[in-house]
Design a protein around this ligand. Structure first.
Ligand code: NAP
Length: 309
């Protein structure tokens, strides 16, 4: 009987995942590292796996992320040299898009200002501009970012996108690589980050980058916590270079109670809620790759390890 091990320190719904896997793969033994028989596991399903996971799973032939991001795998020094697969889910792209659309509308129409004014009993209309006058920049044009960019453009915004390699998207002005970053940022009023976390992108949301945006620009961040340099974000808010931040992901989650972002009047903190994937869909994608592994067929949604995403 083939064996699959579920390894994840941050996997709150581990039991649910295991139960769904048992139903979808009735001929498989579903275990956790350390369980009897786990050393025979040919598949590891992971999210925030402890570093000693791999010593306990010496026969793994495929590692499957339970989410879209694979930074927790690719950056794990003990990860064996086997294919890595991830989940790509349209429903997730849609939910993340809803989140950034809400943020963009909030900043464009000044709902954030109106909410602050209400608390001060202040009757004052924010500026009312056409969506086409607002330049929105999307960092990352992958499965999720491309969906966001197209949806924002369909809502009338002037959308730009930035990726590592050159991309072409109808109705979107695109830029690529370090050499395209300056032109991409120049004039952006709402910056959305949906990049994967890699050695190249860690710390990218920093003072240098903020200084290239239109003064008072807004940041919507749904990538990964280590993309942003918190001190630089606070400094940019203080100087007015950033006029507002909507952030869903943090280097330490839950965000500690003493973190300054919680109480900053120009910051909206959300608890990594931009997208929660439907677990049955996730398990279905994992199961499909398990079956392919046994049948010797090409795996789907594999990650290019060298690029880090
Ligand atoms: P993806 O399909 O792998 O796309 C990644 C995009 O980022 C690609 O366009 C890629 O460029 C670009 N990119 C990567 N490194 C870059 C660099 N150094 N410079 C410029 N562009 C770079 O990933 P995805 O499925 O869209 O997911 C993106 C990220 O969203 C995930 O890794 C995760 O961090 C985050 N996420 C967050 C949540 C949440 O709930 N907040 C949920 C899901 C995902 P190329 O097109 O040239 O490859």
């Amino acid at each position: 009987m083939p064996t699959l091990a579920v390894a994840g320190a941050y996997l709150h719904n581990k039991t649910v995942v295991e139960e769904l896997l048992r139903r979808r793969l009735p001929d498989w033994s579903i275990v956790r590292p350390g369980d009897a028989g786990a050393r025979e596991a040919c598949v590891a399903v992971c999210w925030g796996q402890p570093h000693d996971t791999w010593q306990q799973l010496p026969d793994v032939r495929m590692v499957h992320s339970i989410g879209a991001g694979v930074d927790g795998l690719v950056r794990d020094p003990g990860l064996p040299d086997v294919p890595i697969c991830r989940v790509i889910d349209q429903a997730q792209a849609q939910r993340l898009t809803e989140y950034v659309l809400w943020g963009t509308l909030t900043y464009h129409r000044g709902f954030d200002i109106a909410a602050r004014n209400q608390r001060a009993l202040l009757w004052q209309r924010p500026a009312n501009r056409a969506a086409s006058e607002v330049v929105v920049g999307v960092m990352g044009l992958g499965e999720i970012g491309a969906h966001m960019a197209k949806t924002l453009a369909a809502h009338g915004y002037s959308v730009r996108g930035w990726s590592r390699s050159a991309r072409s998207l109808e109705g979107i002005e695109t830029f690529a690589g370090a050499e395209g970053l300056g032109a991409f940022l120049d004039g952006v009023e709402v910056l959305i980050c949906v990049l994967p976390l890699t050695d190249e992108t860690e710390g990218i949301l920093s003072r240098d980058l903020f200084n290239r945006l239109t003064p008072g620009a807004k940041l919507i961040h749904v990538g990964r916590g280590p993309h942003f340099v918190e001190a630089d974000v606070l400094e940019a808010l203080e100087s007015g270079q950033l006029g507002g931040v909507l952030v869903d992901v943090f280097p330490v989650e839950p965000l500690p109670a003493d973190n300054a972002l919680w109480r900053h009047p120009l910051v909206m903190v959300t608890p990594h809620m931009a997208a929660v994937m439907p677990m049955p869909d996730v398990v279905s994608q994992i199961a499909e790759n398990c079956e392919r592994l046994l049948a010797g067929e090409p795996l789907l949604r594999t990650v290019e390890r060298a690029s880090g995403y």
